[in-house]
Design a protein around this ligand. Structure first.
Ligand code: FES
Length: 114
């Protein structure tokens, strides 16, 4: 088990209501996504609680068209951006798995060690 934090990006690139996918563990696909919601940065595993598949259909497309919910594009499940709770869809009542972030003094966003 490594406790090493992994650098993701400058926090300035994470605009309000926008999400970005990252591949911190070099899996060749985005396994984590980060979202700024009401000013706060949130990080979630990119794995739907319904079938454990990635949520997005195209790079960085994690949000609904109205930008109010996180959406799984496989079957349309909707999740609350603040809690990760599924509020509509086949995994209703289940949650995305949150990841811990930190921001350094220069505004760099880091994924905490696992
Ligand atoms: S896999 Fe996400 S809603 Fe079915």
């Amino acid at each position: 088990m490594s406790m090493t934090a992994i650098y993701l990006c400058p926090q300035a690139v994470l605009a309000e209501g926008c999400a970005r996918g990252f591949d911190p563990w070099r899996k060749g696909r985005d396994t984590v996504f980060v979202l700024r919601w009401q000013g706060e940065l949130k990080a979630w595993l990119n794995s739907c609680p319904h079938l454990q598949v990635p949520l997005h259909y195209r790079k960085d497309r994690f949000m609904s068209a109205d930008r109010q919910r996180i959406v799984c594009h496989a079957h349309g499940a909707l999740f609350m951006p603040d809690s990760g709770l599924c509020v509509l869809g086949p995994c209703l009542g289940q949650s995305l798995r949150s990841q811990v972030l930190s921001v350094d003094e220069r505004g760099g966003v880091w994924l905490a060690g696992q």
